[in-house]
Write a protein that binds this ligand. Structure first.
Ligand SMILES: [Zn+2]
Length: 162
């Protein structure tokens, strides 16, 4: 697929999120797996997946946004990861009960890798209501040990003259 994946900082919670940009259609998706904030900027399609055009023959763009009320990040023993964005605060408790029932009763759930978060509207911060968020790692740390001279040397070894 002709898309570019990027990991920008989530404006809501400040952690890394996932952004996917499709270079062919210019559609863009962004989701934060920690707070649920994100957006989808997509071309409207009908039930058959065909692109819908307006009277002038232009594609119709749709813009959906998720404020980020929290997420349920559930890991299954076959490696499948299920991320469900939490609903708004009025429905949160009901949703949370449902999620916890799944975590507690489904024997295929790897409990120690799951987490559930909630956006606290009073404190304006994200709280972890179940489990533990994964550690954030510094993407650049592996390059610190490799200085530029080392890099050149490695390249020379592979250099094959005509
Ligand atoms: Zn976030």
């Amino acid at each position: 697929m002709a898309s570019v994946i990027d990991y920008p900082i989530c404006e809501r919670c400040g952690r890394e999120c996932i952004n996917e940009f499709n270079c062919r259609t210019f559609e863009e998706f962004q989701t934060c797996q920690v707070c649920g904030a994100g957006f989808a900027y997509t071309i409207k399609r009908d039930e058959d997946g065909k692109i819908v055009k307006d009277k002038a023959g232009n594609v119709v763009w749709q813009h959906k946004k998720n404020a980020g009320n929290g997420v349920a990040y559930i890991v299954f023993d076959d490696g499948v990861i299920f991320v469900d964005a939490a609903p708004g605060k009025d429905e949160y408790d009901k949703w949370f009960k449902h999620i916890m029932k799944e975590i507690d009763t489904n024997k295929h759930v790897v409990r120690e890798e799951c987490y559930v978060t909630k956006w606290d509207y009073e404190k304006e911060e994200l709280i972890v209501v179940y489990g533990k968020l994964p550690e954030e790692y510094d993407d650049c740390s592996c390059f610190d040990e490799l200085n530029f001279e080392d890099f050149e040397e490695t390249n020379d070894d592979e250099y094959i003259p005509f």
